[in-house]
Design a binder for this molecule. Structure first.
Ligand code: DX5
Ligand code: ZN
Length: 216
């Protein structure tokens, strides 16, 4: 992977004006739109669902990376693809039928990813790794933007990269939570291909400059 991709997370955008927010981070140079879906059960926060994605879909050609923080995602993954997701990822902790959920996403025509919380062993990717397009390593406990990058995440990213290099060389490593212009270089050096950035992009006075610096 030559260039680090930056995925602004619209969780940090203005929910009353999300169309403009997506266009803003697209024109600022964001590569991927990261869309955080929360159900108030898997995480202690609620965001939005299918309709936000289908309403945003015509506004940009950017890749929609939909990160589900919901219980039993197998129930809904197909509808997220039909709503406009290019990739759907869900949490290994939240799903008993991981293989089935991954298969449904693929059959519906999207790429699939698996996410792990900071206290979940990185090895949890292993049984599914050959199916994965994306390994999503959380560097905060999911639920809220603006949290601090958890110490020890760099080692976990490196461990995920090792697994990826060995078993799924075409999959990408995405890191989500607490990514800033200060720590982005070491996160990329540890093995991240995609950096999710919520507050560090949406909270910046100059979003284009923030994305440029995050890309390193
Ligand atoms: C956290 C979400 C993240 C979040 C990142 O639960 O999955 O995508 O928006 O926000 P920052 O970059 O502010 O940590
Ligand atoms: Zn996320």
């Amino acid at each position: 992977m030559s260039k680090t991709l930056i995925a602004p997370s619209i969780l940090s955008g203005n929910f009353a004006d999300m169309g403009s927010e997506v266009k803003s981070v697209e024109s600022a140079g964001g590569d991927i739109i990261h869309v955080d879906v929360m159900d108030g059960v898997f995480v202690p926060n609620l965001t939005f669902g299918f309709k936000m994605i289908s309403d945003l879909r015509p506004l940009t050609k950017r890749f929609f990376d939909v990160h589900l923080m919901i219980v039993d995602p197998v129930r809904y993954v197909e509808r997220f693809v039909k709503s406009g997701a290019d990739l759907v990822s869900f949490h290994v902790e939240a799903e008993k039928e991981v293989d089935r959920a991954l298969d449904i996403i693929k059959a519906a025509g999207a790429k699939c990813g698996l996410a792990i919380n900071p206290d979940t062993p990185v090895e949890s990717f292993k049984p599914y790794i050959k199916k994965l397009d994306l390994l999503l390593v959380m560097s905060v406990f999911p639920g809220f933007g603006g949290q601090k990058f958890i110490d020890g995440s760099l080692e976990r990213i490196a461990e995920a990269k090792k697994l990826r290099d060995e078993y799924a060389p075409n999959a990408l490593i995405e890191v989500d939570g607490g990514v800033t212009v200060e720590n982005c270089k070491e996160i990329a050096a540890a093995g991240a291909d995609i950096l999710v950035a919520g507050s560090s992009v949406f909270g910046a006075n100059d979003r284009a400059e923030a994305i440029k610096q995050l890309r390193g």
